[in-house]
Design a protein around this ligand. Structure first.
Ligand code: GAF
Length: 380
């Protein structure tokens, strides 16, 4: 639970005045469409009701004062010292100020005090939540009129160029553009979006999110290696991006390297699954998403090879315990699974996965059920 009174008190201690406002941005669950964003493909996330909240106010000394409530840390960066390569949590906020200024926006000093209840390193976009909340705060504080999709792109610049994680646009787009009770279909090439209703409750369904507690990171090599292989494959196939592969069998026949063939097969079939999921969601029969979730997981496990034993066990046990379908969500190598369940079943299924973890000698997972929540904005 976020303690917004503590956040305000900390702001007053640091800045000697009340904040000019509170801004938030949520974490996300990706319903389907993994590692498709940087291949110019399709994604279908929704926002969580877990979020980063920033109490913010302007300063006139050309300095960013960045404070984390949870970590009890306080970092000061002069604006003219902002430079890519900064490490630690403060880089996610500083990087946004840097990206805005690099893009020519007139952003001055600010005190930004952060709190967040998005689990860290769990594949739920804790970093995008911080970035997008910072964009929202700085845009309002400095009167910048920037369209939501461009805010997401600026937050991604912070992540890619300042923090150094070579990610796509999925997380920042979800955190910025999602709306309550809907999924966000995003074409990562054209940036066209569609808000797709996800009336889970009305259909007697719920989505369980279970954090395996196997931490992951996108700054390390595996994520970048997947991306590099996709780019190399697109080059060999003579297409701008793997999204442009229209005949999978033909493309696979042209590639000699078995690992590359597997990566291509995941991306191409995952794009197809997102488009099917979009149709299913439009048709309103959300239970019919289940086989697509299962197939997505199998593809991430066998072809993209981004799952780990805890994640696979959680997905297998979820289905054994009666989930309609389940898959890992997010970048992989740990993190969370989602399971589509009949309403009221998530708690029992989470408990049975915990028991399976215990029997396998893994740590204790954490779980909660989710409903699609709104994207970034001003809280107070
Ligand atoms: C991470 C990245 F940040 C996203 O851009 C996306 O590639 C995702 O992994 C995998 O779908 O969350």
């Amino acid at each position: 639970m976020l303690d917004l009174d503590a956040l305000r008190r900390r702001y007053v201690e640091v800045a000697g005045a009340q904040p000019e406002g509170l801004w938030f941005a949520p974490g996300r669950v990706n319903l389907i469409g993994e590692h498709t964003d940087y291949n110019d493909g399709f994604v279908l996330p929704f926002a969580l009701d877990r979020k980063a909240v920033i109490a913010a106010g302007r300063r006139d000394d050309a300095v960013l004062r960045l404070v984390s409530l949870e970590l009890d840390e306080d970092v000061t960066v002069p604006l003219d010292a902002l430079a890519p390569g900064q490490e630690g949590w403060a880089a996610y906020l500083a990087g946004v100020a840097w990206a805005l200024r690099e893009a020519g926006h007139d952003v001055g000093g600010a005190t930004l005090v952060l709190t967040s209840d998005v689990p860290l390193g769990a594949g739920l976009s804790s970093s995008a939540a911080i970035e997008c909340a910072t964009v929202a705060a700085l845009c309002d504080l400095y009167g910048l009129q920037i369209a939501p999709i461009d805010r997401a792109k600026l937050a991604r610049v912070a992540e890619n160029a300042y923090v150094g994680a070579p990610t796509g646009l999925l997380d920042q787009a979800a955190s910025t553009l999602c709306e309550k009770d809907t999924g966000l279909f995003l074409d990562c090439r054209t940036l066209e979006t569609e808000q797709v209703p996800l009336p889970l409750e009305a259909q007697g369904l719920e989505i369980l999110v279970l954090d395996t507690k196997t931490p992951h990171s996108h700054v390390d090599g595996e994520y970048g290696a997947r991306r590099a292989t996709c780019e190399a494959a697109a080059k060999l196939l003579g297409v701008p991006a793997l999204r442009d592969v229209t005949d999978l069998a033909d493309a696979l026949a042209k590639l000699d390297d078995e690992t590359m063939r597997k990566r291509v097969r995941h991306v191409v079939t995952e794009d197809e699954r997102v488009l099917k999921a979009l149709e299913v969601a439009r048709s309103g029969d959300l239970a019919a998403l289940a086989p697509l979730l299962d197939a997505s997981h199998a593809s991430m496990r066998d072809d993209y090879e981004i799952t780990v034993p805890t994640v696979d066990l959680a997905v297998e046990q979820a289905v054994r315990s009666g989930a309609l379908g389940a898959r890992m969500t997010g970048g992989g190598f740990g993190g969370c699974i989602i399971a589509l369940c009949r309403a009221g079943e998530g708690e029992r299924i989470g408990g049975e996965i915990t028991q399976a973890f215990d029997e396998a000698g893994h740590g204790t997972p954490e779980w909660f059920t989710v409903v699609p929540a709104p994207g970034a904005g001003r809280l107070a």
